[in-house]
Design a protein around this ligand. Sequence first.
Ligand code: IVH
Length: 678
Amino acid sequence: MDLFDSPLEKERERYEYLCREIERHNELYYVHASPEISDYEYDMLMKELEEIERKYPQLRTPYSPTQRVGGKVIDEFKSVEHTIPMLSIDNTYNEGEIKEFDNRIKRTLNIEGDICYVVELKIDGVAVALRYSNHIFSQAVTRGDGFRGDDITENARTIRSIPLRLVDTAPNSLEVRGEVFMMNKELERLNQIREELGEEPFRNPRNTTAGTLKQKDPRQVAQRKLSAFFYEVILDETNKNLITTHTDTLNFLKKWGFPVNPHWKACKNIEEVIEYCNSWREKRYSLEYEIDGMVIKVNDHTLREKLGTTSKSPRWVIAYKFPAETARTKLLNIKIQVGKTGALTPVAEMEPVPLAGTIVKRATLHNFEELERKDIRIGDTVEIQKAGEIIPQVIRPIIELRPPDAKPFPLPEICPVCGSKVQKDPEGVFYRCLSTECPAQLKQKIQHYAQRRAMDIEGLGPALVEQLVDKGLVKNIADLYRLKKEQLVQLERMGDKSADNLMSAIQESKNRPLNALLYGLGIRHVGQHLAEILANQFRNIDDLINVDTEKLIAINEVGPVVAKSIKDFFSTKANVELIEDLKKLGVRTYEVDENINTVKNILSGKTFVVTGTLKNYTRDQIEQQIKQLGGKVTSSVSKNTDFVLVGDNPGTKYEKAKQLGVKTITEIEFMNMIKEGI
Ligand code: IVH
């Protein structure tokens, strides 16, 4: 048999095709932001590739897109020597210093005419070097001390915009250097999750990037979506004449599939450089990532070589740093916010002040420990900063300007909203209100429950929740489903039409998938991702409620702390009652298996009668479910009835079934039946 006809060779061909195709789509999505296929189609390609790798593990390669999810935990990062040192760059802070840089270069080179520079954004991230051998990504190294860095290959592999294999036209041996960074939106997403977990938020994208790249578990890195831009190329002897200018560098990088920041300009003299730098002073706030200045580089590589380097930095490059984004203002008050898990957060209310493109009047003080440590007092003039974080933070008080009567802010002993006792987390920095009836917590809980990612009740915004709770119309989540239109129309800013819309949004939320409900319940440590895993695993809230801790811990993503939090939630009386209440009100607490519904007519030809109250379905829902699966529902029991589904307090139909010898089943039996097929 011809070798290429063997099944393995066929698979290898398909495997190679899929690797290239998926990576092409990765590049389209992550580098060019112009995807050609839907997420679903992408997932299908990935699934096929995973399947081939499962069947034929010998085909798996390090450049396979499946390797981006992160592999084994690393014991220690290997130290690697840089091919040429990764030097830092000198800084300038004003036009005069930029002109001085230009003059120095002209003097050194003995040139009278203008020098051509390329100006780029100075990305506020972490410098890395990537090495490629025979077009395959082989190593990633951090800057370290400039001479040696850490081998972070497996972490870098998870960054989707970093190509794992280069186009054939790229040099065989190649090193590129650039910046790994985090988009502001990603930081926001991670912080939302951290907040749910009761963990302190990350302060800014740069530190988060640095911390992420130092993670020993690449799977963790894969989950924090990092980005990258590249701006330097190092070629070996064979290819060294390929690139003669920095514009060449940027164009080649792009051609070889690397992400290159689109905002750069080749300037014909230093005046143009200054103008371009200044044009970014304000515009930088419209970017989706942080920059801390501009980088000015001599374009011509021959000139670069002539200029050479000092021991610290090359003479052909300089950074122009934007002035620090801080402002001073007066701290008028400290308000305490109560989160949905009762965590108290101090928030600074300040005299409005312009900062980083917006007017700021509120800033976070993070937590009481920090407030105490920084000794920030009401009446202080404070320095505030916006350095990547979405909400500005108070850096320090200006002690010289402190009014003599300013007193330290007392640690909270009671909740500012409900007056209940507060307690400090044994394992963390947060003080929490312990009351289960605190209206502030309830408001946050309802808002969390109603948000799009949870039960998606459109129109149930903060102002409305405020009114519903303050007027006593909603005392717990279940009360939302007891609201009447007449009550809604009496609220402020609530017309007839909005009341109708809200009523139907509440109604529709009853049918949200189980993962949305689990997330919406606001169980500590259960974020969106874990809610999905739990819903998939248990498929029914009762199975999750009754599961023992060991089984929970056996789930990959669940550790002892998370398991305890889930168990605690479901063994709190108020929560158990809430779930029973939600069921009675018709909220779906189980997963509907779409495959069974549409693909298999597993109840075809079977006739059902339902009697008594069910826990997981309303009457409408159960009848619909049976019909969807091909079954029939009738109202009276006869010898033609196949099953009588018996709930709580069944009526005479149950007796009749027993008399006629018709099979009776419980709700759980029914659910198992449709899960497993009959
Ligand atoms: S060029 C030898 N270009 O800023 C020249 N650096 O403060 C290599 N950075 O270590 C650097 N954006 O990590 C260059 N467009 C850019 C940059 C950039 C950010 C970082 C880089 C460097 C640091 C110096």
